[in-house]
Write a protein that binds this ligand. Structure first.
Ligand SMILES: *[C@@H]1O[C@H](CO)[C@@H](O)[C@H](O)[C@H]1NC(C)=O
Ligand SMILES: [Ca+2]
Length: 254
């Protein structure tokens, strides 16, 4: 794994780079390897991305990570739009890249890789074709072509509760201060994070971080609900995962 730093000198330069080559290869030889590095419009300063060079041929850009519950993910539309949190130089930390970036980086198609780890160290993954709409489109989620070992929480959703209520595909993004879900109440408010809620969820990777794994929703306050860091087909709704991360790479590589 390498940590690459890109100096983005001006908004214009960055925008051109972005517009004509959604991604480009930057020489990370300095750090002992090579990786995809993304330059994002609006980053007029040093923008650091974490380049994972080890998982399935490398070239992944980390877009979300939970690992110790140190960061509050129950945040506003503006926070999710711009991103929050940070990583250290080992790629450790909790963060959300930002929905504007997700839209820009996925508009030509990308692969999403979700990695999950429970409190016994058991891991699982899920991969999808992945696109996030613009803010005008409510950052709507488009996912398809599931492969993996974790189960298909994003398209199929929860088999028990029914796909039509729990699939995240096609859903707009919701935060507690902007409810775009399919429930008469506010999923984001009670499930504790910004997400593509339906009525409500089979995956809640930005949910409330409960240490230890299994939890009894009756003890959760202020909502007695299964609002942990959840991937239903992997460990069920009443199990909050220890580590979750989301990574993307372009669908068509050069
Ligand atoms: C999330 O934050 C909102 C606003 O502060 C609050 O009303 C809500 O109860 C919080 N949700 C959870 C699950 O803590
Ligand atoms: Ca609602």
């Amino acid at each position: 794994n390498y940590f690459c730093e890109v100096t983005c000198t001006s908004f214009l330069t960055v925008f051109k780079i972005h517009f004509f080559h959604l991604f480009f290869l930057l020489d990370c030889e300095f750090h002992g390897g090579r990786g995809f590095v993304y330059c994002l419009p609006g980053s007029s300063k040093i923008f650091s991305v974490y380049c994972d060079q080890e998982t399935s041929l490398g070239g992944w850009l980390l877009i979300q990570q939970r690992m110790d519950g140190s960061l509050n993910f129950n945040r506003t539309w503006q926070d999710y739009k711009r991103g929050f949190g940070s990583l250290n130089d080992k790629g450790e930390g909790e963060f959300w890249l930002g929905n504007d970036y997700l839209h820009l980086l996925t508009q030509r198609g990308s692969i999403l890789r979700v990695e999950l780890e429970d409190w016994d160290g058991k891991g699982a993954y899920a991969e999808y074709h992945f696109r996030v709409g613009s803010e005008e489109e409510g950052y709507a989620l488009q996912v398809s072509s599931y492969t993996g070992t974790a189960g298909d929480a994003l398209v199929e959703g929860s088999v028990e509760e029914g796909s039509e209520y729990t699939s995240h595909n096609g859903m707009q993004f919701s935060t507690f201060d902007r409810d775009a879900d399919q429930w008469e109440e506010n999923c984001a408010e009670v499930y504790g994070g910004g997400w593509w809620y339906n009525n409500c969820q089979a995956a809640n990777l930005n949910g409330i971080y409960y240490a230890g794994g299994s939890y009894d929703p009756r003890n959760n306050s202020p909502y007695e609900i299964e609002n942990g860091v959840v991937w239903v087909p992997f460990r069920g709704a009443d199990y909050s995962l220890r580590v979750v991360r989301m990574k993307i790479k372009p669908l068509v590589t050069q």
